[in-house]
Ligand binder design. Structure first.
Ligand SMILES: [Mn+2]
Length: 331
């Protein structure tokens, strides 16, 4: 049996507590995160997602991050109106003014966290929160005049427009909004659009698309990797190809991870489950490979719905996935 690490002072002295595979800012290893909790349910018709942040706290997210060797520099709770909102005259999309306000708050918190040299981890809540987090990330790099890439993991395209969407739910539109297509009150947040270039954006794990979304993926020019591509090539190869598609000169990567990209047998606590998703190991592998690039600079983890979960198991998995993003290694 191997001796416990505490009985081997040499090993302890050589190894820092913090994993090596972490993002750097200006060549310096980042040693802290900011947790941004967004109990946003207005983008979909599933109120249970508003309990996501609480479930992540119950699953000991802050404690687990600190045990990995990071400081939790700050925990921010973004206020979300809990009233019912609906369509307005300007758009077939629902709750646009309310989501716009939450997006501004999220964008400000994310940008501030990055400027402070921490990794913002935005915890949902439904995927419409990515309109705000990506706006914040975009504004951060824009001021530095640096290039960055977007990794969007999802069972769905999230690339609907108000016109193509059957439901009007904004959580089916945030990728389109970030690429500059959709309700102007959302695309033009912070005064410019698009927030991210399609040439540096990839969509991974898709298997459940609305018919117009196929065309929209084609029109926007984002690089898609379907679940069929993952079956055929393996997730390792797909990740390599995706990194190539994001551009080798990117300073950082934003990971927007919708938990429904994972198979519902493994992650039942989501709003819109879709069979045939990533298995447990694949979901970790994707994030571990990205962590090894030392480029993950900001993270969203979204669509956790504790009302559908079994004994908080999906929240616990989401905590583990964040640790993989932060460079947790087996050896
Ligand atoms: Mn999504």
């Amino acid at each position: 049996m191997l001796a416990p690490e505490t009985k081997n002072p040499d090993k302890g002295a050589e190894k820092s507590a913090q994993p090596e595979n972490v993002a750097r800012a200006g060549g310096k290893k980042i040693d802290s995160v900011t947790l941004i909790y967004v109990p946003l349910h207005l983008g979909g018709s599933h109120r249970g997602v508003s309990m996501g942040p609480a479930a992540m706290r119950v699953a000991e997210l802050p404690e687990s991050i600190e045990a990995l060797g990071f400081k939790v520099a700050d925990e921010v709770d973004i206020p979300v109106p809990y009233s019912v909102c609906w369509w307005d005259k300007q758009s077939p999309a629902k709750c646009v003014p309310e989501i716009g306000q939450v997006s501004l708050d999220v964008a400000a918190a994310v940008e501030k966290a990055m400027a402070a040299g921490t990794i913002p981890i935005t915890i949902g809540g439904d995927h419409s929160l990515a309109i705000g987090s990506i706006a914040g990330v975009s504004n951060y790099y824009r001021k530095l005049n640096e290039k960055w890439g977007l990794f969007w993991f999802d069972a769905h395209g999230d690339i609907n427009t108000p016109e193509s969407s059957g439901s009007g739910n904004v959580h089916g539109m945030p990728l389109a909004v970030s690429l500059g297509t959709g309700d102007k009150r959302l695309t033009d947040l912070l005064g410019y659009s698009p927030k991210v270039s399609p040439n540096r954006s990839v969509l991974i794990g898709i298997r459940d698309l609305d018919p117009p979304e196929r065309e929209l993926i084609d029109q926007t020019g984002i690089t898609p990797f379907t679940i069929r591509d993952i079956d055929h090539l393996g997730l390792g190869r797909v990740t390599d190809l995706a990194l190539g598609a994001c551009g080798s000169d990117s300073t950082g990567l934003h990971v927007s991870f919708d938990i429904d990209v994972i198979d519902p047998d493994v992650a039942p606590g989501v709003s819109t489950p879709s069979r045939g998703g990533l298995n447990y190991r694949e979901s970790h592998l994707a994030l571990t490979l990205l962590a090894e690039t030392q480029l993950i600079r900001s993270i969203d983890i979204v669509e956790l719905n504790p009302a559908n979960d079994i004994k908080n198991s999906t929240a616990k998995l989401a905590v583990e996935l964040i640790l993989s993003c932060l460079g947790q290694r087996i050896l």
